[in-house]
Ligand binder design. Structure first.
Ligand code: CA
Length: 166
């Protein structure tokens, strides 16, 4: 037990990986973006935090985000977890770096795979995330990195990519 505690302390440093486990609070924290046209958005059609590899999680819980595109109310956090690739979450203009998308699960879960899907047209796909981290939290305030998702470029329309928590 003492050894485990020491390891956890080391792993809690920034961008060091944390042991897995069941938590209610999970999010993607984005550090870089692909939007080379407008240079100010991240747009994601679907985010799924899977507890079984290859099987979408029903994602039962509250979805929130650091911001959403406010010209209309059509691009809110819920759009990234509604099983509809035609609906999209978009960060507000200029707030794409250090943005995040979060779910607070009703019941604690252990995420084993992240699924991301790009928007169905080339313009939207060009605004997919580039780099970020899957993070988990015990309280929704203090976050620990679980999985880096880095340098994801050249997303095709509707493309799905998955990332395993090892
Ligand atoms: Ca959607």
């Amino acid at each position: 037990m003492r050894l485990f505690g020491q390891r956890r302390g080391i792993y809690a440093t920034h961008h060091a990986m944390s042991p897995p486990g069941a938590y209610r609070y999970w999010r993607l924290f984005f550090t870089d973006y692909n939007d080379t046209v407008q240079h100010k958005y991240i747009s994601i059609s679907e985010i799924n935090f899977r507890t079984t590899l290859g099987v979408n999680n029903p994602m039962v819980g509250a979805k929130t985000a650091s911001s959403f595109f406010t010209d209309t109310q059509a691009y809110v956090a819920n759009n990234a977890a509604d099983n509809d690739p035609n609906t999209v979450w978009i960060t507000n203009a200029g707030q794409q770096v250090n943005s995040w998308w979060q779910i607070t699960f009703d019941v604690a879960q252990e995420v084993k795979q992240v699924m991301l899907q790009a928007f169905p047209n080339a313009f939207g796909a060009g605004q997919m995330m580039k780099s970020g981290y899957l993070q988990r939290s015990t309280n929704g305030n203090t976050w620990v990195d679980v999985l880096p998702i880095l340098n994801q470029t050249n997303w095709a329309p509707s493309e799905i990519r998955t990332f395993d928590v090892l």
